[in-house]
Design a binder for this molecule. Structure first.
Ligand SMILES: [Zn+2]
Length: 146
């Protein structure tokens, strides 16, 4: 395990593999087929890259800090991949069209924290592929999400 400064607690510790977006999303999308291709518009990446377990960075979080994300990652994954489907989504109509959907029983605060946590990981990631998500320079002073 490489040692480095954890971007969450700012301590020198062994760092672990931290997914920017939880691995479950990549497994769900790639189910039954080949590993997903990571498509990028970064000019320095001329060759397609397979990303079977998603995009991760092993230089941003120590293990205790990575575990702090477990609850929001689990909730976001469960909600977005399983809960928000079919009859759980009630169409909101205006005039003749559907303008949105309402879902009962969703913890909106926890779901928002899931999105903020993924964005925070992308913002602090120094990995090459992280530049596809956010610029570390422009988000340098973001507060910690949890
Ligand atoms: Zn840490």
């Amino acid at each position: 395990m490489p040692e480095g400064i954890c971007r969450y607690c700012s301590q020198l510790k062994p760092l672990v593999k931290a997914h920017i977006i939880p691995e479950a999303f990549f497994r769900a999308i790639g189910k039954g087929g080949e590993a997903l291709l990571l498509i990028t518009d970064v000019a320095s990446s001329p060759h397609p890259k397979r990303a079977p377990i998603g995009v991760y960075d092993n230089q941003i979080l120590c293990d205790p800090c990575e575990r702090r994300f477990d609850k929001v990652d689990a909730y976001g994954t469960k909600t977005l991949l399983h809960t928000l489907r079919g009859a759980a989504l009630v169409p909101l109509r205006r005039g003749f069209g559907v303008v949105g959907f309402r879902a009962a029983g969703i913890d909106q605060q926890l779901l928002k924290r899931f999105f903020v946590a993924a964005l925070w990981r992308a913002s602090v990631s120094t990995g090459r592929s992280s530049s596809e998500y956010a610029s570390a320079q422009s988000t340098k002073n973001l507060p910690r999400p949890l």
